[in-house]
Structures are given as structure tokens and as C-alpha cells.
Design a protein around this ligand. Structure first.
Ligand code: HEC
Length: 237
């Protein structure tokens, strides 16, 4: 019933998809992802108050990376009528604000049978991830917009780059869902795409590369820290 064969698990390098350098939705659908470029690196900037789950920095990248993969719940495929590319689309179906147990989007994530989402060969989501979704729903599934806070001073692979990739890229680029044959799970595999310039080309939406992430560009400040790390030698620090 669900589409299972929706990912390039064998690292098939052929351009499978819908994603072209001129993707017209890039700058319009991701209207919640780029709120606050100027807050970059400012630790006192406007992050969510108290314990709120942030939609733009936590929930949207989670859905895009784990569920809106090509052939699944992206704008083109909309498997089972679900499309996970914006706040309006995500809350439209399968979410009962306040009640994770009545929210199908959450309950399918914690299933252990073949109805689980994302389906095999993708790995099950971690408890940290499903707990975050449950908490967001419990809090009312709100569109809380948080500043993207990145420490631009002390840029390291482990503290800056890896978390950035984990939030924005890994759902489509890890074991079990290696889109385009690109694995970004470890330093060694990331370094390959630094050295062959495909990573910079993709995230900066340069001509000749597939724009990444497909839903829309990283913020200027996120791009700046990646550049800073690469310019400093892309070390495994
Ligand atoms: C929603 C799924 C998805 C997300 C999220 C995603 N990618 Fe991709 N990525 C793909 C697909 C599919 C391809 C293959 C597309 C193609 O070849 O046209 C790809 C290809 C690439 C390539 C090869 C591009 C080229 O032109 O050679 C790189 C590098 C890459 N991704 C890096 C990233 C980085 C870095 C991020 C996070 C900032 C990211 N991706 C986020 C799905 C995704």
C-alpha cells in the first residue's frame, strides 16, 4: 500500500528525480526556512521561548529530509496524498494538534511492522526524533519560527558541520537512503564531496549541480560557516 521502492538505496548515480537546477519551488515553498539570516552567530538571538519545538529549524528539516525524499512525499509524488514540504502541507492531514496518539503521522513512525514510516530499507527513526515529533504535536503542532543560530566563530566539523548535515541532509544521504549515491554520514565520505566540489556546487545552487537541499537553500549564514570550514582546509576537527 505504501510506496516502498522510493530511494536510491544502491547508490544509483543516475539523476532519478524531479530535482533540477531550476526547481521553481525552491524559493517560494520554503518560506519558513530563512527567517533570520542576520541572527547568525548571535547567541542571544531570537530562539524559541522556553521549551517550544521550533517548526522551521527542527520539524520542517526533519520532514523534508526523512519523508519528502524523491519518489515519496515530495511535491511531485505526494504518496498517499501526503506532501511534506511546508507547514500548511504538513499539518493538513494526519495531525491532531495536542494528541500524538491520534496523529497518524506520528503513529506510523513508531510502528514496528511493515506499515512503519519511513519504510524499509530506510532505518526506523530514532526515539529522539519521534519524541521530538510527539512533543511538537503535544504543544499544538504550531508554526513556531526560530532563528537559525550558528556559532560562526568556532567552526568545526564535529560541532558545526555534522549537526548541520544531520538536520538538513542526512535523511536523504545516509545508509538506507543514499540519494544520488551521495553518503554524508562520516567525515571521510563528506570529504569526497568537498574535494570534488559537488558539495559547494549543490548547496550554493551553482549551475551544473543539483540544488541541495531540494526544498530550498540553506541560510546565508549556514552557507558561510560551511565555506569557512572548507576554506580552513575542511579538517576533521
Ligand atoms: C529530500 C532529499 C534530499 C535532501 C534533504 C538533500 N538531498 Fe542531496 N540529493 C538528493 C537527491 C535525490 C540527489 C540526486 C539528485 C540528482 O542527481 O539530480 C542528491 C544529490 C546531492 C549531491 C550531488 C549533487 C551533484 O550535482 O552532483 C550532493 C553533493 C548533495 N546531494 C548534497 C546534499 C547536502 C549537502 C544536503 C543538505 C544541505 C542535501 N544534499 C540534502 C536528495 C536530497
Amino acid at each position: 500500500m505504501y510506496i516502498v521502492a522510493c530511494k536510491n538505496t544502491k547508490g544509483d548515480p543516475s539523476p532519478t528525480a524531479i530535482i533540477t537546477p531550476t526547481n521553481p519551488t525552491d524559493n517560494t515553498s520554503g518560506n519558513t526556512t530563512n527567517p533570520s539570516t542576520n541572527n547568525c552567530g548571535n547567541a542571544t538571538s531570537n530562539v524559541a521561548k522556553g521549551d517550544s519545538v521550533c517548526f522551521n529549524t527542527q520539524i520542517l528539516p526533519f520532514f523534508v529530509s526523512n519523508c519528502a525524499t524523491s519518489g515519496c512525499h515530495d511535491a511531485k509524488t505526494r504518496a498517499d496524498g501526503y506532501e511534506f514540504t511546508s507547514y500548511a502541507k504538513i499539518v493538513q492531514k494526519g495531525i491532531t494538534a495536542g494528541s500524538p496518539s491520534k496523529s497518524k503521522l506520528y503513529t506510523v513512525m513508531i510502528k514496528t511492522d511493515e506499515d512503519r514510516m519511513p519504510p524499509a530499507p530506510s532505518q526506523a527513526l530514532s526515539k529522539v526524533q519521534t519524541d521530538m515529533i510527539a512533543k511538537w504535536i503535544t504543544q499544538g503542532a504550531k508554526n513556531v519560527d526560530c532563528a537559525v543560530v550558528v556559532d560562526t566563530q568556532n567552526v568545526t566539523f564535529s560541532k558545526t558541520i555534522l549537526p548541520l548535515l544531520a538536520t538538513n541532509c542526512l535523511g536523504c544521504h545516509k545508509t538506507g537512503s543514499i540519494s544520488g549515491g551521495v553518503n554524508l554520514e562520516s567525515y571521510a565520505s563528506v570529504k569526497i564531496y568537498v574535494d570534488n566540489k559537488r558539495l559547494s556546487g549543490a548547496i550554493n545552487n551553482l549551475t551544473g549541480y543539483s540544488p541541495m537541499p531540494p526544498i530550498g537553500k540553506l541560510t546565508d549564514c549556514q552557507l558561510a560557516v560551511v565555506k569557512k570550514w572548507i576554506d580552513a582546509g575542511a579538517k576533521n576537527d
